[in-house]
Write a protein that binds this ligand. Structure first.
Ligand code: ADP
Ligand code: AMP
Length: 211
């Protein structure tokens, strides 16, 4: 049966970075609600126009919009090993995921919790740069590209996300602590904790060993 994994943790903890490694090395599919929503805003779809202000302010997008997106993607990737990155973020989303997985005959194998303190998250998010073209993730100090401002993978331009500004970052962290952290208890039995302050290869090895 295909594997299903949730990456749970605050913004900036390294979920996207580890998802990229799992896709490259273990042929997982990443379903990142943040990436899907950014794509929708970039293309100015009706969903994109609806969610833009929530994202720019660091607030959560309403559950029903998110669950609709996940339903579509589960259909599309019914035969794949899936990592959910940045979803679920509320108790209602977690319950909706349980229902969708059981409808599709899937089980949630593991929830990987990325543990890291807020000061380090602020350093990571304020130094994050992403490729406008392929979405590859860098950091100005921790994971810098060979040439400043240019993606190693595709030559695209690296930009700072609109919500990676300090005042929005603080809001996103507070939303994580109040609305998403309660999921740690919900997933108690499936949870494996990672020290997300270690280097990315050590974290990858630890994740790969528990899958
Ligand atoms: P998330 O998807 O959880 O929001 P990202 O994967 O985008 O987090 O990582 C946030 C920032 O931290 C990026 O700039 C990334 O390059 C950097 N980063 C990711 N993992 C590590 C790590 N283990 N050590 C140092 N920096 C990291
Ligand atoms: P991320 O890329 O995961 O940091 O998400 C960026 C933004 O997209 C968040 O600050 C929210 O506004 C929105 N978002 C992403 N995933 C979700 C989700 N599962 N539920 C609600 N809002 C989300």
């Amino acid at each position: 049966m295909s594997k299903t994994i949730v990456f749970l943790g605050p913004p900036g903890a390294g979920k996207g970075t580890q998802s990229a490694l799992l896709m490259e090395r273990l042929s997982f599919i990443q379903i990142s609600t943040g990436d899907l929503l950014r794509e929708a805003t970039k293309n100015q779809t009706p969903l994109g126009l609806q969610v833009k202000s929530y994202m720019n302010e660091g607030r959560l997008v309403p559950d029903e919009l998110i669950v609709g997106l996940i339903e579509e993607k589960l259909e599309e990737f019914s035969q794949s090993n899936i990592i959910f990155d940045g979803f679920p973020r509320t108790l209602n989303q977690a319950k909706a995921l349980d229902e969708l997985l059981s409808e599709k005959g899937r089980v949630l194998n593991r929830v990987i919790l990325f543990e890291i303190n807020d000061e380090e998250l602020i350093r990571r998010l304020s130094g994050r740069r992403v490729c406008q073209n392929c979405g590859a993730v860098y950091h100005v100090m921790y994971n810098s590209p060979r040439e400043e401002g240019v993606c190693d993978k595709c030559g695209g331009t690296l930009i700072q996300r609109d919500d990676d500004r300090e005042e929005v970052i603080r809001n996103r962290l507070s939303v994580y602590h109040s609305q998403t952290a309660p999921l740690i208890d919900y997933y108690r039995e499936k949870l494996v904790s990672m020290d997300a302050t270690s280097d990315k290869e050590s974290i990858y090895n630890k994740i790969a060993s528990v899958l």
